[in-house]
Ligand binder design. Structure first.
Ligand SMILES: [Zn+2]
Length: 248
């Protein structure tokens, strides 16, 4: 799991490495990544047989994270500390705003590395899938297969009889498969919630750790790159923000 992070650390330790040769002789050519001249890789070492061994450039790693995180998480607030980044094998009930959830999830995914198979979904999405498809068996797999499911509660804005059952069922099915789920809601679980059921209450009480996440937004906001990547690549002119601005 930590391989990518390790990659980044190793890479940063070797920023003096020679970059791949530029593709043209124009000295003025502007590259979006000056480290690798947009090759996506840099020379790591020459092995004992004289072969040049390359390693992935930080810019390529950032691009992979951009794809993995998706736009909402990629552009979420950068925080420098979370506290839940090592709890991906635990069931958590996260009490927090959407902004805080995204910021902490962003941090967690980058901390865990590209190998983490997670899915961010909402109760709204869950309900749509359950109601909108006859092949229930097959479609619920999208919520069961991920190593970690992060399920945002409270996004269904109308009362629906099926909702509480659908939510508790997916939690039960994941428990049965021994896979962790992070439930997230802005408030404590309450019987007035549209997704509430006694079953869900018992599941949360018995199997979930409750975590209140503070405001991630203003206070810890940093203007540089991703929390971990950012600290590691201070010497690089490029950061996630630069890339993010290009996608727009
Ligand atoms: Zn690069």
């Amino acid at each position: 799991m930590k391989d990518d992070l390790e990659d980044i650390r190793n890479f940063v330790a070797k920023t003096t490495n020679e970059a791949l040769p530029g593709q043209t002789s124009e000295g003025q050519k502007q590259y979006s990544c000056e480290i690798c001249k947009d090759k996506g890789a840099v020379v790591d070492r020459i092995d004992e047989n004289g072969l040049t061994i390359y390693r992935r450039c930080i810019c390529a790693t950032e691009n992979l994270f951009r794809v993995k995180l998706g736009r909402a998480l990629f552009e979420a607030t950068r925080i420098q500390k979370s506290g839940i980044e090592q709890l991906v094998d635990k069931n958590l009930f996260l009490n927090c705003s959407v902004e805080a959830l995204y910021a902490h999830l962003r941090f967690t995914v980058i901390y865990q590395g590209l190998g983490l198979h997670f899915r961010l979904a909402s109760d709204h999405e869950l309900l749509s899938v359950f109601l909108g498809n006859n092949e229930e068996e097959k479609t619920t797999r999208v919520f069961l297969d991920p190593q970690l499911l992060v399920l945002q509660l409270g996004l269904v804005g109308y009362s629906n009889k099926a909702l509480p059952g659908v939510v508790s069922e997916i939690v039960q099915l994941r428990l049965a498969e021994n896979k962790p789920t992070w439930l997230s809601a802005e408030n404590d679980l309450s019987s007035s919630d549209l997704y509430y059921s006694e079953v869900l209450r018992r599941l949360v009480d018995d199997y979930f750790d409750k975590v209140r996440l503070g405001k991630a937004a203003s206070k810890n906001k940093v203007s540089t790159a991703a929390p971990i990547i950012g600290q590691q690549i201070k010497s690089s002119a490029k950061n996630l923000n630069d890339i993010a601005s290009k996608i727009k």
